[in-house]
Write a protein that binds this ligand. Sequence first.
Ligand SMILES: Cc1cc2nc3c(=O)[nH]c(=O)nc-3n(C[C@H](O)[C@H](O)[C@H](O)COP(=O)(O)OP(=O)(O)OC[C@H]3O[C@@H](n4cnc5c(N)ncnc54)[C@H](O)[C@@H]3O)c2cc1C
Length: 435
Amino acid sequence: MSSAECDLLVVGAGAAGIAAAREARALGLSVRVLEARGRVGGRALTDHSLGVPMDLGATWLHAAQSNPLVPLAAARGLGLFDHDTARTSRVWVGDHWAAEAEAADYGRAERAWGLAVRLAAARLGPGASLGEAAPRGGFWDATLTHWEGPVIAAAEAAAIDLEDYLSTLLSGPNLLPHDGCGHLLEVLAEGLPITLSAPVDRIDWGGARVRAEGAFGALEAGAAVVTVSAGVLAGGGIRFSPALPPAVEQAAHDLPMGLLNKVGLPAAGEDRLDVPAFGGIERRLEEGERAMTFVAWPFGRGHLEGFAGGDLAWELSRAGEAATVDFALAELRRMYGARADRALRRDRAVVSGWGADPWSRGAYAAARPGRAGARRALSVPVGGGRLRLAGEACHATLAGTLAGAWLSGAGAAMEAAALLRNRAGTAQPVPGPRA
Ligand SMILES: Cc1cc2nc3c(=O)[nH]c(=O)nc-3n(C[C@H](O)[C@H](O)[C@H](O)COP(=O)(O)OP(=O)(O)OC[C@H]3O[C@@H](n4cnc5c(N)ncnc54)[C@H](O)[C@@H]3O)c2cc1C
């Protein structure tokens, strides 16, 4: 099989792959990107079937003050809205909406919950899970553990390594791109040499060069950055020859994919359920209860976005889209009664499908209890640096985010560039290693 050639091969055109390709180009390398899907963006995808942009994957640009995508969006004139300035929440407490005093109590409980988890980390030591550290028995504890586990980390608290959880810095400000995160990545991928619908089946890194093969043919490069999800890696989505070192292979298994599903429910008429634009709708939970949370009418648009995470998301994913819509409406019916069915159109609902998608196999990865080192192990260069894994799962502090994926991909490309320059005997200083 004849093969094309380049300096750097990038596998995957999600955030990490786009960042790697841009960085490689900026450093003067010839680069090729092979992407399995027929689109760029990976787990960032902006859907337009409701007539307005709705992100089915990544939604917020977290930690905006240091998020590399914020200045890139701004430079292209793409609008960003600080969600934190408009964040309100309606909380259903058993049979009524939380009054001001109850809402304030919820806020205090949130701060106490965070403190208790940090104190427990010192007491429990390495290897504990978030579930072990999370306080129990307080009026709001189960609700807060549900937020931090299934809704934010996309996994049950008992399945998340505590150190890994505490290392992830999802602080604000949390910006919402006006036209969607998926759209932002599409813009940032413009002009890059990306071949779509080109799944890589096999990567041979045993020789002096790296060779990728698939139905597209073959491509040889001086080095490769592979940005597929930990789920794709652990599931054998790409055959490596020789096999990846056992520690790297193990790391992929120690970073199982959590699942977060989104559902978009358009308004049927004028009823906005007494919630302002960007308002949250949630309810207080008892221990073991599962629920969806909602963000209503983003940007004043006529739809409500629901989120289901963790075991519930996997169950709904297996049961199909209709089950997800049913669950969302049942959840809203608890709070609004039959008004929920009148206010929303189930026939036009949009549901994300990351769980069944072979190119993601979930939403994002959380380290298993006792495996806090897995992200670093997954990022260790292989074959003297010819092969590097990158992506959200590889970032130590911004795991599970676009920013983490972006920085991981850009860093991997920088390191590959340094290797290729050294090999060519033209060593030049290249900015330092990735986080
Ligand atoms: C529902 C949901 C909500 C989220 N919310 C947020 C949020 O609000 N903020 C935030 O920052 N992050 C959020 N995230 C996480 C964020 O989307 C990811 O962390 C990020 O997009 C991961 O980027 P990546 O480049 O590491 O991986 P990916 O985006 O998965 O990119 C990898 C690429 O590799 C391709 N690929 C896979 N296998 C092959 C193969 N064999 N050959 C070639 N190509 C292949 C895939 O198609 C994909 O395009 C969310 C994710 C989901 C699913």
